[in-house]
Design a protein around this ligand. Structure first.
Ligand SMILES: Nc1ncnc2c1ncn2[C@@H]1O[C@H](COP(=O)(O)OP(=O)(O)OP(=O)(O)O)[C@@H](O)[C@H]1O
Ligand SMILES: [Mg+2]
Length: 392
């Protein structure tokens, strides 16, 4: 059984041949027509617009040669050797139903064309079984594909909207906690100042600083990604020394590490790495990679290095932190994605850092790669053209 689908086309629309002849025409003339027109596979016999018979090429030749012989065939009317009960199907019939009817004929007739007629039984054309099957397969494939596409889109949308709402609630939470901390601590500091408890102020100030920095990072990320998405991020080229930016970023990282036993080292393989690029973006790339290293490393070292290789600056940020599982590596750069980390606490952040970093690197015409061993550590490598020539 051919499956019935509502989308199945109507056969009237698929008719490709309207070939016919009168039933009383001589077999010889029909033979001439078959000889002359090699692509003619079948002829309907039509009398007063009504189909009364069918001759198909293979059956025609088989019949005339076997039954009548070459001498005799010419004089007989074609109707005498035609199939006078061909399958006649209404033009409004569904293709799948028509195929079912065609295939339920006796084996010797299965591959005969079907005759298509309209409401008043007027001959409307011929349709071969091959044509019908090809059409039906195409219709089926299209409808499967269509459903797949619709499903894939729905799934993707579901996934994206899931990620987005997760992201929004996460951001709302992330925004609220530093704001609460900043307000609460400011009040405390004010009180402390009034009452003269200056000693306690130092510790509180450190917390206040880190909360404010965190808040600024989140807001910057959201604004940056919005700018990137809107294509409004511009590259402003300046000449600068990469070494200086490395030094400053390392300092900030030390602040982020706080009192975890993690050393931050700067390795400059060349005395100076002079670049003509966008220093703010380079700094942001470094800050993002280093803040991750600081966040995901509990003990050991973070090494940030720079070297010149040909016309490229090669920057590497290597840590001895929690590492990333191989199957998670490809998810890293996807916006809103934070890897589940059941062993340690869930870390702060919006999951935008690496997506932005990758965008910035591309904007400067460079590339970024990562290698990691779960539980051992991670290394990000960024290659940037020393001289900015536009996006790649
Ligand atoms: N150096 C690293 N070591 C281990 N895991 C990392 C490292 N860098 C990134 N990851 C993993 O990749 C995820 C995505 O990093 P990304 O910087 O995009 O987001 P985030 O740091 O969680 O948040 P944000 O940067 O927006 O504050 C992290 O949540 C973490 O699971
Ligand atoms: Mg990050």
């Amino acid at each position: 059984m051919v499956s019935l689908t509502d989308e199945s086309p109507r056969i009237g629309k698929l008719v490709a041949s309207h070939e016919y002849t009168q039933p009383d025409i001589a077999v010889r003339d029909v033979a001439d027509r078959f000889f002359k027109t090699t692509e003619l596979d079948a002829l309907a016999l039509v009398e007063d617009k009504t189909p009364v018979g069918l001759v198909t090429r293979p059956k025609f030749f088989m019949t005339v040669f076997r039954r009548y012989g070459f001498e005799l065939y010419g004089r007989k009317p074609i109707i005498t050797i035609a199939d006078t009960k061909p399958l006649i199907v209404h033009e409004g019939e569904r293709l799948d139903v028509a195929i079912d009817q065609a295939l339920s004929r006796p084996p010797q007739d299965i591959y005969d064309d079907i005759v298509v007629a309209d409401d008043s039984g007027v001959y409307a054309g011929l349709l071969s079984v091959k044509q019908m099957v090809v059409q039906q397969s195409t219709a089926l494939a299209n409808s499967i594909l269509q459903k797949e596409i619709v499903n894939a889109k729905a799934k993707e949308l579901e996934r994206m909207s899931g990620l987005k709402s997760q992201f929004i609630s996460h951001v709302t939470h992330e925004l609220r906690s530093p704001v609460n901390a900043i307000i609460g601590l400011s009040e405390l500091i004010q009180m402390a100042c009034e009452k003269g408890y200056m000693d306690q102020l130092k510790d509180r100030l450190a917390i206040l600083m880190s909360s404010a920095t965190n808040l600024r990072a989140i807001v910057t990320n959201i604004l940056d990604l919005s700018k990137i998405e809107a294509g409004k991020m511009e590259v402003i080229v300046e000449r600068f020394n990469l070494g200086a930016i490395l030094g400053e970023s390392a300092e900030t990282t030390r602040v982020l590490i706080g009192n975890k036993p993690v050393r931050v080292e700067v390795v400059l393989r060349d005395e100076s790495v002079l670049m003509a690029s966008d220093p703010i973006k380079v700094r942001q790339i470094l800050t993002n990679l280093l803040s991750n290293a600081a966040k995901f490393t509990e003990k050991g070292r973070i090494i940030v290095s720079a070297a010149v290789q040909g016309d490229k600056a090669v920057i590497a940020v290597k840590d001895t932190g929690i590492g990333i599982k191989e199957q998670d590596l490809e998810k890293l750069f996807v916006a809103f994605s934070q890897l589940e980390d059941p062993l340690t606490r869930r870390h702060e952040g919006t999951g935008l850092g690496l997506n932005i970093t990758q965008n910035l690197v591309k904007m400067l015409g460079g590339s970024i790669s990562v290698s990691s061993r779960f539980g051992k550590g991670t290394e990000f490598e960024v290659r940037l053209p020393l001289e900015y020539h536009g996006k790649e």
